[in-house]
Design a binder for this molecule. Structure first.
Ligand code: ZN
Ligand code: ZN
Length: 766
């Protein structure tokens, strides 16, 4: 008895192991084919399909995840195709037996119903219907069942079902036939999608609707008999009319979607884009571009970042992707453009951290020669002695260039390279001081991201495009204190680049910086508050400038509209004063630590352990006559009838500029005209030409070179020498012109106190 059982058992075991071994060998020899390529889909944060792309074999093959599909559709398909799907191992023995029996009794050669798993195998590797291929399909079905879960097999099935033409999968069909995601299908629509794959080439929704209705209703009635769905739902489904149109796969945000497609892997990409903010931004951008059209400004771009997690919530690469006349297919978010003055905000923040600068410190905005580079202001005026705050808010050029020279061009370029400015990294060897006025290339994305760091306590975060990306730590590029100072300075409303505020009743507070590139080709406005950072660019993609193309005129109105629309009446709490920041008394005229001589003080911010502690260098005691009409030096001081009085004594260049422009300030009286004292220190400061400058002059053209020097107020006369040969006598600050005759020149200026200064320049002729 036992013996017999063992024999029997052994035989079964042998068969079992032989089959198993055969399967293992076949599995190794014929591994499962790879899953098919799916269409790339881009979704908004709320799940809306923004767009999808054809696969490389030109199919709409949108991958379906089970939770995206209406349960009725899944149920209808399983009931119709393979009601034992969840119970069989890929092959349904009953249906094989049934088919074989039928073949024997009727003499027909039917292959019998395939399981869903076998159908997946066939869709992955389409083959002719033969007995052998049927066996191969069964083998593949077993492989699939071992490798994938039932849910995964079902998802593959739903994603590969043919719907005629180049439409594959229920998701593609749902969008193209019903213009809706597969979750929102009605029961009638679900049953239709279960029916069409039976004969996708005949059952085409736009061509053979009668046939489709006939098939649909057959299954509705069948489900009614089998009580698969509630009978009232099925009754409604019978009455549902059929759609006549096909729809295109949506194309909602082409620039954004293309950017995501090209930069992120995966087929279903769920982004952080907020569709309502996006639509607001698109509408406002188009409206503003239309307004400016007659002024020769045809396009613009907008990028909006949520400052809580640096996620991109709106991204408009152009006003109208399909407007070829204005090159709408160029992406203005990533296009390399000149940033105008926008980078000044970063430079000032950098200098605050460097300790060079505090908001009330004075900077000289006077004509200055930076080795032959002589920048001017946007309005072609100079403002003299101004606070740092004023210089930044009004975007003055000379103080910015001087500041860049002071902190070091190279240091600042390295800083920008490390802050994600790729084009600047590429150009770094060619950049000069003019880069801070826009003489470099960057794009809206890099700039807006940089500005968002001001809103995030000085930390620069990678932009977050994909919703499940966990946020990285961010890099501290500015101190929190410096970021706060920039936010405070740039949120002031006493400035020229502002719109009429009476148009906005509940505008939230925000800080902004504008920029206009050389030749008026680009207008920028980049703003931030604790909630959002918004970047706006306006211009023409063909690079043509327009007289109206300035940050203030062309870009600021849109920036204000955007904050007004997306952050309207928000209870935005402004940034907290950070710990590292404190207030201190400074001299009101220099912005430096006051001395006993400073007449007035004001309060100014300083960064703990970072800001300089330089003392006021302009308020100085001077020997004067009792009526304060004559100034003395120790060399000419009389024995009586003099006193010490405090005056504002500026550096010579500024003194020259202030007196020439008739600025009234408490300046010392003229120096004793009878003074004969000689001085050892100081001496004329040559303002033009600059040291080591190379002139390119046309030969024999008689072109002149400007000589200009400044001295302190005691000096009455300058004597100019060229290569030790006397040229001319003049007053300090007076312009002298001469025609050079030699190639190498040593230019010397001697003052009446016996001091001199010289520069060497070379002349090249063409
Ligand atoms: Zn002072
Ligand atoms: Zn003197």
């Amino acid at each position: 008895m036992h013996f017999e059982l063992i024999i029997k058992y052994q035989w079964t075991l042998k068969v079992f192991f032989t089959i198993l071994l055969l399967f293992v060998v076949l599995d190794l020899l014929f591994p499962l084919p790879a899953k098919k390529e799916f269409s790339k889909e881009i979704h908004a944060k709320d799940g809306t399909l923004l767009t999808a792309y054809l696969t490389s074999d030109h199919k709409w093959r949108l991958r379906s995840e089970l939770e995206e599909i209406s349960p009725e559709l899944v149920k209808a398909i399983i009931e119709k195709e393979d009601s034992w799907f969840y119970w069989h191992p890929g092959i349904n023995p009953f249906s094989i037996v049934r088919a074989s029996y039928r073949n024997i009794t009727t003499g027909e050669t039917q292959l019998g119903a395939s399981t869903i798993t076998m159908q997946v195998a066939r869709m992955l590797e389409p083959k002719k219907r033969t007995y052998f291929n049927k066996l191969a399909e069964m083998f593949r079905a077993l492989q699939l069942e071992i490798k994938y879960s039932k849910e995964e097999i079902l998802e593959l099935y739903l994603s590969l079902l043919p719907f005629g033409g180049n439409i594959e999968g229920v998701k593609s069909a749902s969008y193209i036939y019903f213009n809706r995601p597969p979750k929102k299908l009605s029961l009638a629509q679900s049953i239709m999608l279960a029916v069409i794959p039976n004969d996708p080439n005949t059952l085409r929704l736009d061509r053979s609707n009668k046939e489709i209705i006939k098939n649909r209703n057959y299954w509705i009635n069948k489900f009614k008999q089998e009580k698969i769905f509630s009978s009232s739902d099925l009754k409604d489904a019978l009455d549902e009319p059929i759609e006549k149109n096909r729809y295109a796969i949506p194309v909602l945000t082409p620039h954004f979607s293309n950017y995501i497609k090209n930069n992120f892997a995966g087929d279903i990409l769920n982004t952080t884009l907020d569709l309502s903010v996006q639509q607001t931004a698109e509408n406002l951008l188009l409206r503003n571009v239309n307004k400016l059209f007659y002024k020769g400004i045809t396009n613009g771009a907008v990028l909006i970042i949520d400052n809580r997690n640096s996620s991109v919530v709106a991204y408009c690469g152009s006003a109208d992707f399909y407007d070829e006349g204005s090159f709408g297919q160029v992406n203005g978010v990533t296009a390399i453009r000149s940033p105008g003055s926008t980078l000044k905000a970063a430079l000032y923040a950098y200098a605050f951290d460097d300790g060079n600068l505090t908001p009330q410190m004075k900077l000289a905005d006077i004509p200055t020669d930076f080795h032959g580079y002589q920048p001017e202001n946007y309005d072609l005026k100079f403002y003299g002695n101004v606070t740092t705050e004023f210089a930044l808010v009004n975007s003055l050029n000379i103080p910015a260039v001087k500041l860049l020279e002071q902190v070091g061009l190279n240091n600042f370029i390295v800083f920008l390279e490390n802050s994600g400015f790729n084009q600047i990294q590429k150009q770094k060897n060619k950049l000069g001081l003019s880069m801070i006025l826009g003489g470099c290339g960057t794009n809206l994305q890099e700039l807006t991201r940089l500005f968002s760091s001001f809103a995030r306590k000085g930390k620069l975060f990678p932009l977050n495009f994909i919703s499940d990306e966990s946020e990285s730590k961010g890099e501290q590029i500015f101190s929190e204190a410096s970021s706060y100072l920039i936010a405070n300075i740039l949120s002031g409303i006493n400035r020229s680049d502002i719109v009429n505020l009476s148009n906005y009743s509940k505008l939230p507070k925000f800080a902004w910086k504008t920029g206009t590139s050389y030749g008026k080709r680009d207008a920028w406005a980049i703003g931030f508050n604790p909630n959002y950072t918004i970047g706006v660019w306006m211009g023409n993609f063909n690079g043509v400038g327009s007289p109206s193309l300035s940050g203030a005129e062309a870009a600021v109105p849109l920036l204000f509209d955007l904050f007004n629309a997306i952050d309207y009446n928000s209870d935005v709490k402004w940034f907290d004063v950070p710990e590292g920041l404190y207030m201190r008394e400074v001299c009101s005229e220099s912005g430096l630590i006051p001395t006993q001589y400073c007449p007035n003080t004001i309060r100014d911010f300083a960064i703990k352990d970072q800001s300089h502690n330089d003392i006021c260098n302009i308020h100085k005691p001077v020997y004067v006559s009792l009526d304060e009409s004559i100034q003395y030096c120790t060399g000419c001081l009389p024995s009586s009838d003099y006193k010490k009085a405090v005056y504002a004594v500026y550096q010579p260049e500024l003194t020259v500029w202030l007196s020439k422009n008739k600025y009234d300030y408490h300046k010392p009286p003229p120096h004793n005209p009878n003074c004969t004292a000689k001085f050892a220190e100081g001496g004329p400061k040559i303002l033009s030409p600059s040291e080591d400058f190379e002139y390119f002059l046309e030969k024999n053209s008689g072109q002149e070179i400007l000589l200009l020097a400044a001295s302190d107020s005691r000096v009455k006369t300058h004597y100019w020498y060229v290569n030790e040969k006397f040229l001319k006598k003049c007053k300090p600050g007076e312009r002298v012109f001469f025609v050079p005759e030699e190639k190498e020149l040593k230019i010397t200026c001697l003052d009446d106190k016996g001091r001199d200064g010289s520069v060497k320049v070379s002349i090249k002729y063409y």
